[in-house]
Design a binder for this molecule. Structure first.
Ligand SMILES: Nc1ncnc2c1ncn2[C@@H]1O[C@H](COP(=O)(O)OP(=O)(O)OP(=O)(O)O)[C@@H](O)[C@H]1O
Ligand SMILES: [Mg+2]
Length: 249
């Protein structure tokens, strides 16, 4: 199953949500960085040895291996982060992304047919984004927004402008835990008033220490107190999988 996360504007927390969801996903999963603006996780996270994340393997390896329509799996190009997430590191810059402009269709086909789940971070999108094949092939599309009216309305505009057939759209709101239920109701109201077909939204709490712990290598399955972020990510993952017709817990 291919799940894509993206934003319409701003930096509402797409990468943080993709990392958190991958860390608690109750099925085998690989996190794919497909943000044309450049990889963040290599800079933000620790590698499995506790040292900096290695620059390879990465998406460029997949791009080279599959040139001329040759086959490769995504997991061959993944590496473990200290928090336990398997990640395919993305391009480092928009310039590097231009060098693999022919990649995205092949990547979408491979990701959608992978034998494990793929969670892809598409970053901030515009309408003629080269990574659109990933969006089109996705089973679950997750527009991520902040709990601010402008973020919600920009997401609404994007969803009205860009129609993609198939799959399910499940909005994800990143904001304070204490207003989560009311914020999600607002999002659902805005989407349904606009006639947008989407499942009920879900929520990820803002939790800076929890995010720092995950990036620093604390595994959500390890000992110690579970952060608010990890608890929220588990609930969001359950909601997403249920929206896709998959109950796993
Ligand atoms: N759930 C969260 N808890 C705590 N802080 C968060 C959370 N989500 C995002 N942030 C904060 O907001 C910053 C931006 O988040 P992130 O990089 O995930 O956004 P993005 O939407 O991927 O942005 P970009 O489009 O620039 O890639 C993070 O560095 C972090 O400080
Ligand atoms: Mg990002």
């Amino acid at each position: 199953m291919l799940t894509v996360l993206y934003s319409a504007k701003g930096a509402p927390g797409v990468t943080s949500a993709a990392l958190s969801l991958s860390a608690v996903w109750p099925r085998p999963v690989v996190l794919l960085e497909a943000d044309l603006a450049g990889s963040d996780l290599a800079l933000r996270c620790r590698g499995s040895s506790g040292a900096a994340v290695a620059s390879t393997p990465n998406l460029l390896g997949f791009a080279a291996a599959t040139r001329g329509d040759r086959d490769s799996t995504l997991t061959e190009w993944a590496q473990p982060l200290a928090c336990g997430v398997q990640v395919v590191l993305g391009v480092q810059s928009p310039t590097q992304a231009r060098g693999v402009a022919d990649l995205w269709h092949r990547l979408a086909v491979t990701a959608a047919s992978a034998d494990i789940d793929v969670i892809a971070d598409l970053g901030r999108l515009n309408h003629d984004q080269p990574t659109m094949p990933l969006m089109a092939a996705a089973d679950l599309r997750i527009p991520v927004m902040a709990s601010a009216v402008e973020s919600i309305l920009h997401t609404r505009t994007y969803l009205l402008d860009v129609t993609v057939a198939g799959g399910r759209t499940v909005p994800l709101l990143v904001g304070p835990g204490r207003t989560a239920a009311a914020d999600c109701r607002d999002v659902d109201g805005v989407m349904s008033q606009a006639g947008i077909v989407a499942a009920t939204s879900t929520h990820l709490p803002l939790d800076h220490p929890g995010l720092a712990a995950l990036e620093g290598g604390v595994s959500p399955t390890g000992r110690g107190r579970t952060s608010q972020l990890v608890r929220g990510a588990r609930a969001a993952a359950d909601h997403l999988l249920a929206s896709a017709g998959l109950e796993v817990r």
